[in-house]
Structures are given as structure tokens and as C-alpha cells.
Ligand binder design. Sequence first.
Ligand code: PMP
Length: 301
Amino acid sequence: MYYNQNTILFFDGEFINAQNAKTDLYGQSLHYGYAVFEGIKSYKTSNGTKIFKALEHYERLKRSAELMMIPFEYSAEEMMEITYRLLEKNNLSNAYIRPLVICSPNMSLSKGKQSSLVIEVWNWDNGYLANQMKVMTSSFQRPNPKAFKVEAKVSGHYVNSILACQEAKDKGFDEAIVLDENGFVAESSGANVFYEKDNTLFTAPKGNILPGITRATVFEICDQLGIQYEEKFSTPEEMRGSDAAFFCGTAAEIVALGSMDEVSFAKPWEDTKAALIQTAYRHLVLEEDYSYLKERLQYVS
Ligand code: PMP
């Protein structure tokens, strides 16, 4: 699914066939989850293949490595250039891009001494998710910010995400809403969360979440369209039964939630500001103008 005999990936300065790529089994990354990564998407636009928010993603990768004390020399600009070349070599436009920084063999618990950059790309069909997601409040909490650098995108953090996501699936839901250590809504296993109430959008402040690039893009769209939003700690009770809610993240884009803990959101999705944001986001990634949506705002209240 992710690669075949023709797939090329970037590994330590070289473009190589994915089937010939090797890593060692004595690294901290594999044993302890001590690696940092990114999830990025490129789109086929009328201006050619464009990586959405490439600079922001590669700057976050550098920051994640720095927070983990992983030595890492590539500049964001270098990585952007490498990625465009990699997409071309794989003949891809609509793609998911996965850069990963792994550490050299070392079984100790001291910081990484050397790192390798891997960039993998694969095809990504950009269809909308037809159904609204059924989500549940997870019994797992997000990692405690006093135990982890939660703003870094670290491989090991995702064990928590797997537990939360799988618990939800085992219980017949699509995804989890994960609370912070104080019981406030933090995010999902792999996306940030917004809900809409009385024409304002609410999302968790920084501190207990991965501050998503899509989350920042939603703020950007709200500013452009004149939609009110607020970063605030919310209880699951405040979110449950509000007018609407959505997940946002690079992979998921903007995905409508249908219900939380079996309680439906109050408004039909099409009648929400959130739905306008979903449409605006799709225009933005394709480098299209979405200012016409301002006029539609008056019909959504
Ligand atoms: N939270 C978590 C836990 C995530 O894994 C992601 C996906 N990277 C996000 C939020 C959303 O981040 P972004 O919008 O930068 O993709």
C-alpha cells in the first residue's frame, strides 16, 4: 500500500529504492520511540504540485528535533527542495509526505549522537469522508506535559494515540476525544478538535496538545471570513451536544463529527460555520480564492 518495487525514498542524502532501504535494529528510535516526524500533504493545484504549508511543517520538524536534543542539520528549505524532487521521482502530485528523523545505534538513555533523515511519500486520494464521525470520550488521557514535550511530534507519543484510537474502534466508534490531565478536551489521537456553539468556534489552548498547522490554518480562515473563535479549556459536557464539531489535521483536513458519546451535535452540518471552514480549507490547499464564502456567512447563524 505504501510502496512497491518502483518507489523511491530519501535516506541520508540519497534517493534510493524503498525495497533496498535498510536500518539497524540497535537504535534508540526503534527501542524507545526516540524519533521525530512530520505528516505533510501535497496537492495537484492549477499552479502545479504544491506542498501545503511546507515551511511550517519542516520548521516544526526542526523544533521537534531540538526539543528532543536530537542533532539535526537540514534546513527547512533544503528539505522542501528534496521533497519536491522526491515527489517528481515518484510521479506523485496528491501525496502524503512522511519525514522521519531517526537516531544512530545507541542503547543507552542519553541523547542521540547522530541522526538520519528519511522522507517517504505515497499516493493520497483526496476524497471527502462521506460519513460524519462517531466519537467517544477516551478513558486514556493525553501525555502529561510535565512528562513529555507535548508540542513536539515525537514517535513515542503515538503509543498513547494508538491506545486511544483502538479503544474507540473496539467500542464501535470511529475515533476518540482525548482529555488532558485536568479533564478538559485536548485533541483526538491524531488531530485537533474544534466545536461550534452560538456561532463561535472553540478549541483547546496550547499546552496539552500538538499545536496543529491545520489548527493555525483554521484560525487564518476564521480571520479571513470574520468567524469568531476562542482558545479555551472546555469540559466534555460543554462540547457534547454543542452545535457542531470537527477534527482538523493535515491528513484528515476538516472532518465533521456526527456525535460524541452517542449524543448528536445539534445543527445539520451544512448549516454551520464549521462547514464553511471545511469548504474554505479545500480551496486554500488548492490555492483557490475562497472570499466568496463571506457572503454565505449571513445564511449561517
Ligand atoms: N494532534 C495530533 C496528536 C496529531 O497527530 C496531529 C497530526 N499531526 C494533529 C494534532 C494535527 O496537526 P497538523 O494540523 O499539523 O497535521
